[in-house]
Design a protein around this ligand. Structure first.
Ligand code: SF4
Ligand code: SF4
Length: 931
């Protein structure tokens, strides 16, 4: 998604002094004079977490020149409590490298580690390794989640228990006690006590193979979690301080000291890089009021955000795609960056600014290069490292560490914590991220939140019971009405108003609101006027760390607000086999049972259809050219039942794909619902943004959507189980869309792709009507030109977004931009397939498996998507479908015989019970309908 940020027309195009356009010479003079006239008064350099060694060196040079400089790292969503706890527990103020892939039991207390917590991409990849189950590898991790809100991670959990944030500490203490046979702390509900017993026994049974993580920023709670991990042998096996995760290093203590110094007039100047405390710090307002009076205030940020607006100097740095650099997100793992494009505007790397101001005129590229030439030993080694992009050890360094945390003290502080009748969780949205860094990115604003499926806003998430008790209307989960009742929330001296979105799985005494909204106009058009800023509700705990949990008062108002939700039907009703889901125990007992059942069902279908009845009909012989009824073979060969199912019992001609036949498999057990694939598809295929008003009219254009289903009793939050199903064009061999198109605009390729000839499309939309998967998207407007994104147009009617010359640079030149009146949908990224084929052809060879990858496949952090040529018996897709995973393969709506070229792998849940579909009932229903 950050590619779109590169071309964001709201980015600063040159430096500014006092908000007026300026030059780098003028900026250098002004800043140099101010620094030299500081008279020893401290200059604070406040940055987001830095893990670049060359950036650290530039900062060191600057500090050497101006010794009164104080460098503070500040994270918009703080991990200070975890860092402080690790300092006192293990003597290292760092986040360890977690190894979810080594854990057979994973327990998370309020940590959304698959969505937003620390490094979700790495964690999702590791986590998925424990979910790739097959008949040959019957092993699976067990994931238990305890949380107040329904998070993306909680949605993937095998077992999930709800607790209020004020209870997280008590849950941790109780688990620690239970590990050694002790009892729970008082105040936990019977269901939480039962959960604690279950968790402790699972952890005890898997010592050395288990991991507990917690999302709280309270150092006391994290100290107890450290004690648990120490007791279960996690240190050195599933987490290690020998390799640290360097993506979060911020210190709330340092930031509080800065705010205090600012208040007391003890600050000479301030510089900000990649951080925006005026917007996202609990002291933001006070910080903003004082910055304006300072002798020197510089922002290196890329736009006139809330902090930059108050600074005298705006010295915009390059976008990362315009930059040289390096990063060491894990100790020993260094990534070298080279720019993909020359700077679009008159920006300058912020490190170069620091160097210049400290008297070093070296250009940033030379600075980075000189460092690495010295480190790697010469030009050749440097070139190789740049080409490879990463320097990494063969295996991750792991080692144990001794625990010395003060558990007694932490426990005493936890047990004295007070909860409230209603508690608020302030969370990061998967798409918008920390401090709203992506809030002016229309792709990410329009990405439906994976769990709530809502676009373009923040809102109050509330359980169905609480909504009902508080008179919030539309508590029916399948309610289509998007008018939501507005509530007023008060805490920590702040009051906000937001609409309520009812979400199953929320604790009845917990509400949740996303941070990162309610941005200033200077941030950009997509960000402005979208949602409300809840950062003023963040408070400080006893250790001075930011707390994202609050006790709140709330009341319903006599107002409603429309939310643009893309999925209005939430529950899974066992009528059709849309999702196959089984427990781990069922699968373990008889892994071939699913295969046998599917075989039986499809054979039943093959036998029950008598095509001779249709032979004389207009749909048959005399229908569309080339369509001839095929008389079913009444006795399909036993070993060839799938072939028989494909060929028999159909009015369609049998599609023979003799060369390539493209196919895709999506593993519902690996997929965590993150939506990265949706954005990858949007970026690759020039999928349009339509704006909130058009989403409300169900005009969203995503070619790949993630359907989210709930199962269980909405009035019992702990019973809710969630399923994610990526849904795209299924490229059916018997495609119901193809035969209704009056102009043959949609048709079948010889490689099994259901393709669209945009020029032929006359917009009747019969195809979308006839598609059982509802994956076709119609351009109701000219989204890329005249009607572009018009719901977010400025008050004065100006448009300066995706149809300006800069932002249009984001469009992929390999893919057509569609216009009004045309139908579109997933093409299997045909441009990539053609590209790979033509490269192979030019080199006089056949294509290798894996050479053509779809954008969604490429971006999936869990490798849930496998794609390739099904006719190649050596391909990953062939092996998966017909050998390694044949027991779990199914097609959506298989019984209607559309013969999709996309298959799914069934969901296997490591839980005692399934709240969703009863397979027996599903089978009966399917048979009934076939009959
Ligand atoms: Fe989009 Fe390509 Fe994936 Fe289809 S295969 S959903 S076009 S990224
Ligand atoms: Fe995320 Fe899509 Fe992969 Fe699922 S398939 S894990 S939603 S990228």
């Amino acid at each position: 998604g950050s590619v779109l940020n590169l071309y964001d027309a709201t980015r600063l195009k040159s430096p500014k002094i006092n908000k007026a356009e300026s030059t780098w010479e003028a900026v250098d003079k002004m800043v140099g004079d101010a620094l030299n006239g500081m008279g020893g008064a401290p200059v604070y350099l406040i940055t987001s977490t830095n893990n670049s060694v060359t950036t650290a060196q530039a900062i060191a040079q600057f500090t050497q020149k101006y010794p009164s400089t104080k460098h503070i790292m500040y994270d918009a969503v703080s991990y200070s409590g975890l860092l402080d706890a690790n300092q006192s527990s293990f003597g290292v103020r760092a986040i360890p490298a977690y190894r979810f892939d080594n854990a057979k039991v994973i327990v998370s207390i309020g940590a959304d580690f698959l969505g937003t917590w620390i490094s979700p991409e790495i964690f999702a990849k590791q986590y998925s390794k424990g979910r790739k189950i097959s008949a040959k590898n019957i092993a699976m991790s067990k994931h238990i989640q305890v949380e107040g809100m329904m998070s993306l991670t909680g949605s993937s959990a095998d077992e999930r228990y709800t607790a209020k944030p004020s209870q997280y500490g008590a849950v941790a203490v109780s688990i620690l006690n239970a590990l050694s046979g002790g009892s729970s702390t008082s105040g936990l509900t019977p269901s939480l006590n039962a959960a604690v017993t279950k968790i402790a026994s699972a952890l005890n049974a898997n010592k050395g193979n288990a991991l507990v993580v917690c999302g709280s920023n309270d150092a006391n709670v994290q100290t107890v979690v450290n004690a648990i991990n120490n007791a279960i042998g996690a240190v050195g096996t599933t987490l290690t301080f020998a390799t640290t995760n360097n993506t979060k290093k911020g210190s709330d203590t340092d930031m509080n000291a800065f705010a205090e110094a600012l208040k007391n007039g003890q600050v000479g100047g301030v510089m900000f890089y990649d951080c925006n405390p005026v917007y996202d710090n609990a002291n933001g307002k006070a910080i903003g009021e004082k910055i304006v009076g300072l002798k020197l205030s510089v922002s290196f940020n890329d736009r006139m955000d809330e902090t930059t607006q108050l600074c005298k100097v705006a010295a915009p740095s390059n976008h990362w795609l315009e930059s040289w650099g390096d990063a060491e997100p894990h100790t020993g793992y260094t990534s070298l960056m080279q720019p993909t494009i020359s700077p679009l505007f008159k920006t300058r790397p912020w490190e170069e600014s620091l160097l210049k101001w400290s008297g070093d005129m070296t250009e940033h590229y030379d600075f980075v290069k000189n460092y690495w030439l010295g480190k790697l030993g010469g030009q050749t080694a440097f070139d190789t490292a740049i080409q490879k992009g990463i320097i990494e050890p063969e295996t991750m360094a792991m080692s144990s560490a001794s625990f010395s945390g003060n558990v007694t003290d932490a426990t005493a502080k936890i047990t004295s914590m007070k909860g409230a009748a209603m508690e608020l969780v302030m969370y990061e949205k998967v798409g918008i991220g920390r401090g709203g860094v992506w809030s002016n990115n229309p792709w990410l604003q329009e990405l439906p939140d994976p769990v709530s499926k809502c676009t373009w806003d923040n809102y109050i998430l509330m359980s169905p019971n609480t909504a009902k008790a508080n008179g919030a209307e539309h508590t029916d989960l399948n309610e289509v009405n998007r008018d939501k009742k507005v509530f007023e929330i008060k805490t920590n001296g702040a009051t906000i108003k937001l609409p309520v979105l009812v979400l199953p799985g929320m604790h009845d005494e917990v509400i949740a609101i996303a941070v990162g909204y309610g941005r200033d106009k200077g941030v950009g058009k997509a960000a402005a006027d979208t949602g409300v800023n809840v950062y003023p509700m963040v408070s400080k705990d006893g250790n001075g760390n930011s707390s994202y949990y609050a006790n709140v008062d709330m009341k319903g108002l006599d107002e409603t607000y429309e939310l643009a939700i893309t999925q209005t039907h939430h529950s899974f009703e066992s009528k059709r086999p849309i999702i196959h889901e089984f427990t781990f125990e069922e699968f373990k007992k008889n892994p071939t049972e699913l295969y046998d059942e599917r075989k039986e069902e499809l054979e039943h279908f093959t036998h029950s259809f008598d095509a001779s009845e249709h032979e004389g009909s207009s749909e048959g012989k005399e229908g569309k050219e080339g369509v001839v009824a095929v008389v079913p073979d009444p006795t399909p060969a036993e070993e060839n039942w799938e072939d028989a199912y494909r060929k028999n019992g159909t009015l369609y001609p049998n599609h023979e794909s003799l060369g390539m036949k493209w196919g895709m498999s999506i593993d519902l057990n690996s997929c965590v619902g993150c939506g990265a694939c949706t954005i990858a598809c949007q970026a690759e295929n020039n999928v349009s943004v339509v704006g909130k008003k058009q989403i409300l009219m169900v005009h969203d254009m995503h070619w790949l959507r993630i359907d989210r289903y709930f199962a269980g009793d909405p009035s019992k939050p702990d019973s809710i189980q969630t399923l994610f199903q990526p849904m795209l064009c299924q490229h059916c061999d018997n495609a119901p869309c193809e035969n209704v198109c009056p102009v043959n605009a949609t048709n079948h390729s010889s490689e099994g792709i259901n393709q669209m000839a945009y020029n032929r499309c006359i917009g009747t939309r019969y195809c979308a009507n006839n598609c059982p998967y509802k994956v076709r998207r119609f351009n109701w407007r000219d989204w890329n030109e005249a009607d572009c994104f018009d719901d977010n147009v400025y008050q004065d009617g100006r448009r300066d977004d995706i149809n300006n010359d800069i932002t249009r640079m984001v469009l992929n030149p390999d893919v057509t931009v569609r216009s009004r009146g045309v139908m579109e949908k997933c093409t299997f990224c045909v441009q990539r397939l053609q590209g790979a084929k033509s490269t192979a052809k030019k080199q006089g060879r056949t294509m290798k498996d894996g050479e053509a990858r779809t954008a969604c496949q490429q971006s999936c952090p869990t490798d849930a998507i496998v794609f390739g040529n099904v006719n190649d018996t050596e391909s990953a897709i062939y092996k998966l479908r017909y050998e390694e995973q044949k027991e779990r393969v199914f097609h959506v709506l298989e019984e209607i015989h559309t013969l999709p070229n996309v298959n799914y792998l069934s969901k296997i849940r490591n839980a005692d019970v399934l709240q969703s579909v009863d397979p027996e009932k599903m089978k009966q229903e399917a048979h009934k309908e076939n009959a």
